[in-house]
Design a protein around this ligand. Structure first.
Ligand code: EPU
Length: 430
């Protein structure tokens, strides 16, 4: 059995390097299949999903190696298969990016349905709609789907909703299509811009990424190249919240502060003092957290991924807070766990209603997804006694070394691996 044990930690202090973005990396690794030569990606974090991707890469013939300097080298020249094992595809969410990339390169892909964090409903209809608009036929089977096209042709695609995943996937599918593709109502997330910058570096012609209209002029060939992944704004935001909840002072370094705009604004609103540098942000917890209203939105709005750690922070505010998530209205699996710790919080429809200021008590809780896990870790740092969090694998999917980083800031947190009833082993890092 593996669990994270957290104890009251006092004020966390220090600075922490923020690794490359998980969500951007997952797209870039699949996008590397589109190249016709070797690609080097700098800053890809050591995440658990990489194991799934390595398995997929091996099956299709994408040579993928972590170099001694930490860079990831991908050689797509010998890809011999566009069939992805359903079990591997459904082991994580972003496997759908292989659909766009392999369709564009080979005109056919067979792939399992995406898995990942369970927020009840996570449709892929907008991905499918885009593939069809480009001329592909999509056939659904029990545990996989096939996307095929004798030729992909540019098209005008109007997304019904703003989606980060479908915007990136459509960009990949369209990059080698014949003619011009226009994506309207596109997501403007930094990860979309990062994918476009990477592909353009290889010779793609993508214009307007970062606005809601992206134009793609298809090209027949993509070169190899080198690209550095953007820093993880969601990891950075979580550490700033750790400063708030513990009344400490944390500097997140090697980041792009503009990516954290809405997070910083909300942290100031709840009473944190924030200083921004060129590539760092420092949060000062004042010990006086104010209640607030949070509504998640697509970038540049307040990220759905940060509403869970933010909820932990709002538990310490005096007064009533409301957190509403319309992006993933069921992303509240952390709430029953917080109630077990004594929180006064309840969910109605797509909102969590929080009465802050009630003391929290440690105990056994379960992390059901990566950000729910972050929320429980933060809550554990201000709860009485030991908080023991199972579902460690979810945290490992999103953070390279959350335990090591928090310990370096003074947190009392460990990974416990209990082999049997006979004894347990404590690790310093994951
Ligand atoms: N949507 C559709 N149809 C689609 C695709 C999305 O209706 O075909 C809806 C979703 O249900 C949601 C909204 O569009 O309401 C936005 O979904 P989006 O496509 O942007 O999400 P995603 O690509 O499934 C990525 C991240 C999530 C992050 C969201 C925020 C990856 C692998 N995942 O998911 O990250 O919360 O964007 O938009 O990039 C996490 O890191 O913890 C995480 C879950």
């Amino acid at each position: 059995m593996r669990y994270i044990q957290v104890e009251p930690s006092g004020a966390l202090r220090g600075s922490v390097h923020i690794p490359g973005s998980k969500n951007s990396s997952l797209a870039l690794l699949a996008a590397a299949c589109l190249a016709d030569d070797v690609v080097t990606l700098e800053g890809i974090p050591a995440l658990d999903d990489l194991r799934q991707i390595a398995g997929i890469a091996q099956d299709i013939g994408l040579d993928m190696q972590r170099l001694d300097n930490g860079d990831m080298r991908l050689d797509p020249r010998y890809i011999h298969s566009a069939t992805i094992d359903p079990g591997k595809a459904s082991a994580y969410r972003a496997s759908y990016y292989f659909a766009g990339a392999l369709l564009a390169k080979f005109g056919r892909v067979t792939i399992g349905f995406p898995g990942g964090d369970d927020f009840k409903s996570r449709p892929i209809d907008q991905h499918v709609k885009a593939f069809q608009a480009l001329g592909a036929k999509v056939t659904f089977q029990d545990d996989y789907y096939v996307v095929e096209a004798s030729e992909l042709r540019g098209a005008d695609i109007y997304f019904d909703t703003i989606t980060h995943g479908a915007t990136v996937n459509s960009m990949m599918a369209a990059v080698r299509a014949k003619g011009r593709t226009n994506l309207y109502h596109a997501a403007v997330d930094p990860e979309v811009v990062d994918a476009a910058r990477f592909l353009n570096q290889l010779g793609a012609r993508i214009y307007g990424a970062g606005t809601d209209h992206i134009r793609i002029e298809g090209v027949p060939y993509l070169n190899g190249g080198t690209h550095s992944v953007i820093p993880d704004r969601l990891v950075a935001g979580s550490f700033l919240m750790a400063a708030g909840i513990t009344g400490g002072q944390i500097t997140v370094t090697d980041i792009i502060p503009e990516h954290l705009g809405s997070c910083i604004a909300k942290l100031r609103e709840v009473g944190l003092e924030i200083e921004s540098g060129d590539s760092s942000v420092t949060a000062y917890g004042t010990g006086n957290v104010k209640a607030a209203r949070i509504r998640t939105a697509m970038y540049p709005g307040f990220a759905t991924d940060l509403q869970q750690p933010m909820t932990a922070l709002l538990l310490t505010a005096k007064g009533k807070s409301i957190v509403t998530d319309k992006i993933f209205p069921h992303r509240f699996n952390h709430v029953p766990q917080l109630r077990r710790m004594g929180a006064d919080i309840e969910v109605r429809k797509e909102s969590a209603f929080i009465k802050g200021g009630r003391p929290l008590a440690g105990g056994w809780v379960h992390a059901t997804d990566v950000r729910a896990g972050t929320c429980l870790v933060l809550a554990g740092m201000v709860a009485d006694g030991h908080t023991r969090i199972t579902g460690v694998e979810h945290l490992e999917r999103g953070y390279t070394d959350i335990i090591g980083s928090l310990r370096s800031l003074g947190a009392s947190i460990s990974l416990i691996e209990r082999k049997s009833d006979a004894g347990s082993r404590e690790s310093d890092c994951m």
